[in-house]
Design a protein around this ligand. Structure first.
Ligand code: SF4
Length: 293
């Protein structure tokens, strides 16, 4: 228990690994470097799409001057930051054409998945990406198909129902559920493991905690794919699982003030750790519990 969770009070536990992964930490460092340069040189800095799926973080960067824009909407010569889950390949050409100064915060694991799509399509292989077709990471991955190859995107649920193509090369959104990869592997398909361990570890530890608490709380942006998956997995295990963006939303849950229950708190990889701890501590205060961490 102790290696994976820590206590805020005797009845409130937090998943140790919950919070930023290294890819998100790195993207914030890059965004702050971009802002420093923008300030030094007196030019505007933009994040092309939200840097990460967490409004708490996006708003605080915006207060420092990092505005969220589409790449065609920024003025020539300005600074742009490419988000952690990647941008379509064409954006690098647009940036060149507009003379933009690029700070590329694409996570190295996302870049690896993009490289695999590129390589397989160069070899003329039939590539299928397992993930959410509407997610920017998947759209960016699709853009890495070269030549005449077209990659398809398939939802994990279809695969698990047996509705998949035999003999294709399978690449995965980094936040995909590992079950689908294992399923395809067992079926003898060619899988390229592009699923991120940070996602796997957060899901595993969150599910373990959900099994032993009465109430489970997942903190994070509703548009965060990996936080949503943590929520879905916990909800299957523990029906008293709630997904909140912030303390205001948590309060609106109207949970009974019961000190006899055990509460668990967790998040995906795009929620700041201090935000999770802050909500857990505030709840402890509301319940009148002694905070130990
Ligand atoms: S969850 Fe994984 S792939 Fe996504 S940004 Fe973090 S380290 Fe990178």
């Amino acid at each position: 228990m102790k290696e994976r969770f820590f206590k805020i009070t005797d009845n409130i536990w937090v998943v140790k690994k919950a919070g930023f992964c290294f890819g998100v930490e790195r993207s914030l460092k890059i965004a702050n470097e971009a802002l420093d340069r923008a300030l030094r040189e007196g030019i505007n800095a933009y994040s092309i799409g939200k840097l990460i799926h967490n409004s708490y973080v996006v708003n605080s960067l915006e207060r420092r001057g990092l505005k969220v824009r589409g790449i065609e909407d920024v003025e020539d010569g300005s600074i742009v930051v490419f988000r952690s889950h990647g941008v379509p390949r064409q954006y690098y050409d647009i940036a060149k054409r507009k003379g933009l100064i690029v700070f590329d915060a694409t996570c190295p694991l996302v870049q690896n998945a993009q490289r695999i799509v590129k390589k397989l399509t160069e070899e003329g292989k039939n590539v299928i990406i397992i993930g959410d077709v509407h997610h920017p990471e998947v759209k960016a991955m699709v853009s890495y198909a070269v030549g005449n190859s077209k990659v398809k995107v398939m939802e994990p649920t279809h695969v698990l129902k047996g509705e998949y193509e035999r003999g294709a090369e399978y690449v995965f959104q980094t936040t995909a559920n590992r079950d689908v990869l294992e399923f395809l592997k067992r079926a003898g398909e060619n899988v390229h493991d592009t699923i991120c361990n940070a996602t796997k570890e957060r899901q595993r530890d969150s599910v373990e905690l959900a099994k032993v608490v009465n109430v489970m709380v997942v903190v994070g942006g509703k548009d965060s794919s990996n936080t949503t998956k943590v929520y879905q997995k916990c909800k299957v295990i523990n029906n008293n699982t709630y997904f909140v963006q912030d303390w205001e939303e948590f309060q609106k849950l109207g949970l009974p003030h019961r000190k006899d229950l055990i509460y668990g708190f967790t998040a995906g990889a795009s929620t700041p750790r201090e935000q999770i701890i802050d909500i857990a501590r505030k709840w402890a205060e509301v319940l009148g519990m002694k905070v130990v961490a």
